[in-house]
Design a binder for this molecule. Structure first.
Ligand code: AMP
Ligand code: MN
Ligand code: MN
Ligand code: MN
Length: 287
């Protein structure tokens, strides 16, 4: 019998105040446990500063834990997110790779504020900073929270639509890590790389095929099939892609905040039974 069953309430994607979530690692662990999560991973954007706290809190609640991070990558001109699971968070290669990926966020945020000032939204940089839990990780989400608070929009999706997506006044194109590097950091540190929420990318069929092919060629092994960012039709679609490419499947809410996230921690359908769950490949990395 496998050490960890495949039918499992695993939530392997969520965010804390260490990136753009609003709960601490301890509050997330409490909430995940209350929702019946059995195996958990905190996957802050480009950051592993919350890993020790998350692992300790998971243990205190009797949940199993995998280290996690969601790395921002630029592929074919688009931002793609790669989730790393089960890597050694103490490994300096991972720490350096993430530090380099985070590096441009400060100047980018200042440029975003300049763009917003041009359309009459002043003080956005300082406003966004008030929502930032980790100064190294200022993100579009923090700007969105400021714009809602200041009354410019009714909610964060509206901010993204009107101000923070390509072609809009607060959007600044940015070059993140490259796919090969992100996958390599994760795998050389003992973890597995997973393509996050593939249904969200605006790729045509050829570009999507290239993403999956190159990801596999670099050593990537998993894909999120059941995620809070997918529709039920996309669960089916990406289960098919997992079979086609021989990838293991992951499951995660992408929870950020009780007030903003429509999918709560652990509140997802199980993975299709014929797929290999990512945690089967990570049995020796589970804490
Ligand atoms: P950044 O890494 O600074 O580009 O910010 C990306 C983050 O913005 C994502 O991880 C989401 O949390 C959030 N985000 C992106 N698109 C949207 C959207 N349309 N509505 C709400 N939040 C979004
Ligand atoms: Mn986010
Ligand atoms: Mn993401
Ligand atoms: Mn995420």
């Amino acid at each position: 019998m496998p050490a960890v069953p495949s039918i499992l309430n695993a939530d392997l994607h969520c965010h804390s105040v260490v990136s753009d979530g609003t709960l601490t690692p301890e509050e997330l662990a409490q909430r995940a446990s209350a929702n019946g999560v059995e195996l958990w991973a905190l996957t802050d954007h480009d950051e592993i500063g919350g890993q020790q706290r998350a692992a300790a809190a998971a243990k205190a609640h009797g949940m199993r834990y995998l280290t996690g991070a969601e790395i921002s990558v630029t592929f074919a001109g688009e931002t793609v997110h790669i989730v790393g699971l089960g890597f050694d968070a103490e490994d300096p290669r991972m720490q350096q790779g993430l530090a380099d990926t985070r590096d441009g966020r400060g100047p980018r945020a200042r440029e975003m504020a300049e763009g917003l000032a041009k359309v009459g939204i002043v003080g956005a940089y300082e406003g966004a900073l008030k929502f930032v839990g980790n100064p190294a990780l200022i993100s579009r989400t923090h700007f969105a929270r400021f714009l809602v608070e200041a009354g410019h929009c009714k909610d964060t999706p509206e901010v993204f639509r009107k101000y923070l997506t390509e072609g809009k006044p607060g959007y600044v194109p940015h070059r993140w890590a490259n796919l090969r590097d992100a996958v390599t950091w994760i795998t050389q540190c003992g973890g597995i790389a997973v393509i996050a929420h593939p249904g969200r990318y605006k790729f045509n069929a050829t570009e999507e095929y290239a993403l999956f092919s190159e990801f596999k060629a670099h050593g990537g092994r998993g894909v999120e099939v059941v995620t809070g960012s997918h529709t039920p039709a996309e669960y089916v679609e990406y289960a098919g892609v997992a079979r086609e490419f021989g990838l293991a499947a992951s499951r995660g809410s992408d929870f950020h905040s009780p007030g903003e996230s429509h999918c709560d921690l652990g509140a997802l359908p199980y993975l299709p039974g014929d797929l290999t769950p990512v945690w089967e490949l990570l049995a020796d990395r589970i804490q």
